[in-house]
Design a protein. Structure first.
Length: 118
């Protein structure tokens, strides 16, 4: 069951990254928003990249660290998506997905820290 969740979550992260990239294609039509689009792509794709990197860790401490970095990236992405939303771009659905992903990662970090007494 756990592997099934991990596989589904990893697919969810890939789909989230692709959705952000597609959103940024639209955002780039406004030259003033290019810097925000660049930041969103970096932070959003970093979430899945860090979760993937965690799998190759040699220690539990490093594993948890990559999850914490992914959580920071998820929170940063929430900020950038909120800026777009406030500028009038429809981001509600992707923002909601981002917040759910952040909650899942955050819960995982808390659970891992409690198990490992870090």
């Amino acid at each position: 069951m756990e592997n099934s969740f991990k596989e589904k979550f990893n697919k969810r992260l890939v789909n989230f990254s692709l959705t952000v990239i597609k959103l940024c294609v639209e955002v780039r039509k406004d030259r003033n928003l290019w810097p925000i689009a660049d930041q969103i792509i970096r932070s959003a794709t970093s979430i899945g990249a860090n979760i993937t990197e965690a799998r190759a860790c040699g220690s539990k401490k490093d594993y948890i660290n990559f999850f914490q970095i992914a959580l920071k990236s998820a929170n940063e992405t929430i900020y950038w998506l909120t800026l777009l939303k406030e500028s009038g771009i429809k981001t509600e659905e992707i923002l909601q997905e981002n917040e759910e992903i952040a909650r899942i990662i955050g819960a995982g970090v808390i659970t891992m820290k409690n198990k490992n007494k870090i």
